[in-house]
Design a protein around this ligand. Structure first.
Ligand code: UT7
Length: 338
C-alpha cells in the first residue's frame, strides 16, 4: 500500500497580552467599528518584550507533541518570517529545547503560506520514506515590526504559534493528507517588504532607517491577489484529489481578513457555516494562523473523525498553497492563552 502522512497531534498558543481594537485604534488612529467591519478582527495578542518567536514555537510544539503522545521526531520545520535572528535558523534550537535530540531541523520562509509549504515538505519527506515522523510549527511575532503610521497594516497583525505532528500511515486512515497545490508569483514581490536583516539592506556601518525596520504592505492590492490565488488554488486541489465542494466539511483558510475568507467561500460555493473563523480572537498571525484556527476548532469539538478539511493560504512573495486532509481521532487541548 502507498505510504501517506497522517496528522497525529496539534497544539497552539498565543501570548497572554490582549490588545483590543480600542487600544490599537488609539495608537494608529483607527477605531473598533472600522476594524471589526473591514477585517473581522475584535482583538489580537502581542508578545511582551523579551519573548521571541522561538518561545512561542516551543510552547505550541510542546502541546502538539503531548497531543501526539510524546516521543521523538526525525524532522522539525519552523515556518516563520520573524525568526529569533536571521542566522542561525531557529528550528534546531527549538528541537534542542524541546528535548527532541538531534533531528533534521530548518526554518522555512514563506510568510503567511509558510504553514502549508512546511506541511508539504514534511508530508513529502514522510511519503517518500525519507523520515517517519515530523514536527511542523508555524510561528510569528509581527507586533514589533508594525508601522503605526500605516493604520491599514498595523491593525491586522497578532502574534502566535501553532504546531502539528505528522507520522507515516495509510492513505485511507483518518488524518491522512490527500494532496497539495502550491505556487508563487515573484512578479509582485514588492507588495510587502521588511527591509532589514538581508543583503539588500546592508547594515554594516550604515544603520537601517526606522522605516526599514518596519513592515511596509500594500493591503488593498494584496486583498485581490489573496482572493484570486486562494480560490483558484483550492479549486485546483479539489480537482486533483477528486473531491467536490460538497465533499468539504470545513474550509480552513488563512485568517488574513474575514472579508477575504467569505469572498473565497462565495467563489467556491462553500456555505459560510463551514468556514472556520478565528481571526476575531487573534488577528492575522501569519504562519501560525491555520494551525491556530484548526486547534481552536478541534478543541471546541467542531470536527468529527473522518471530516474532510480543505485548507488554503496566501502570503507575500507572492506565494500560495492548499492542502486537504481527513480529520483524525486525536485529543487536542485549547489554544494556550486564548
Ligand atoms: O496575510 C497575507 C497578506 N496580507 C493580506 O492579505 C492583507 C489583505 N488586505 C486587507 O486585509 C485590507 O486591505 C486592509 C485591512 C489591510 C485594509 O482594508 P481596506 O478596506 O483595503 O482599506 P484601504 O487601504 O483600501 O483604505 C480604505 C479607506 C481609506 O480611506 P479613504 O481614502 O477612502 O478616505 C483609508 O484611509 O479606509 C481608510 N483606512 C482606515 N480607516 C480607519 C484604512 N485603514 C484604516 C483603519 N482605520 N485601520
Amino acid at each position: 500500500m502507498t505510504r501517506a502522512a497522517v496528522l497525529e497531534g496539534l497544539g497552539a498558543m498565543v501570548p497572554p497580552r490582549i490588545v483590543s481594537n480600542d487600544e490599537i485604534g488609539e495608537l494608529v488612529g483607527s477605531d473598533d467599528t472600522w476594524i471589526r467591519t473591514r477585517t473581522g478582527i475584535h482583538q489580537r495578542h502581542w508578545a511582551e518584550p523579551g519573548t521571541v518567536t522561538g518561545d512561542l514555537a516551543i510552547a505550541a510544539g510542546e502541546r502538539a507533541m503531548r497531543s501526539a503522545g510524546g516521543g521523538k521526531v526525525d524532522l522539525v520545520i519552523l515556518a516563520t518570517s520573524t525568526p529569533n535572528q536571521p542566522m542561525p535558523a531557529t528550528a534546531p534550537e527549538i528541537a534542542h529545547r524541546l528535548g527532541l535530540g538531534t533531528p533534521w531541523a530548518y526554518d522555512l520562509s514563506a510568510a503567511c503560506t509558510g504553514w502549508v509549504y512546511a506541511m508539504a515538505n514534511a508530508v513529502g519527506a514522510i511519503s517518500s520514506g525519507l523520515i517517519d515522523r515530523a514536527l511542523v510549527i508555524g510561528a510569528d511575532i509581527w507586533s514589533t515590526r508594525l508601522n503605526h503610521d500605516d493604520r491599514a497594516s498595523a491593525i491586522i497583525f497578532g502574534d502566535g504559534a501553532g504546531a502539528a505532528v505528522l507520522r507515516a500511515g495509510d492513505p485511507d486512515e483518518p488524518g491522512a493528507f490527500q494532496g497539495f497545490d502550491l505556487g508563487s508569483d515573484g512578479g509582485h514581490h514588492d507588495l510587502a517588504l521588511l527591509a532589514v536583516g538581508g543583503s539588500r539592506q546592508r547594515s554594516y556601518r550604515q544603520p537601517p532607517s526606522e522605516q526599514d525596520n518596519l513592515l511596509a504592505m500594500r493591503g488593498k492590492e494584496l486583498f485581490s491577489h489573496a482572493v484570486e490565488r486562494m480560490s483558484s488554488s483550492s479549486a485546483k486541489l479539489l480537482d486533483r484529489i477528486g473531491w467536490t465542494v460538497d465533499d468539504v466539511d470545513w474550509f480552513a483558510g488563512h485568517q488574513a481578513n474575514s472579508r477575504i475568507l467569505y469572498a473565497i467561500s462565495d467563489l467556491l460555493k462553500v456555505e459560510r457555516e463551514r468556514v472556520l473563523l478565528h481571526i476575531d480572537r487573534v488577528g492575522n498571525t501569519s504562519a501560525a494562523s491555520i494551525p491556530l484556527a484548526l486547534t481552536h476548532a478541534a478543541a471546541a469539538g467542531t470536527f468529527g473523525v473522518g471530516d474532510r478539511i480543505l485548507s488554503t493560504a496566501f502570503g507575500v512573495g507572492l506565494n500560495w498553497g492548499s492542502t486537504a486532509l481527513t480529520w483524525p481521532d486525536i485529543k487536542v487541548d485549547g489554544v494556550l492563552g486564548d
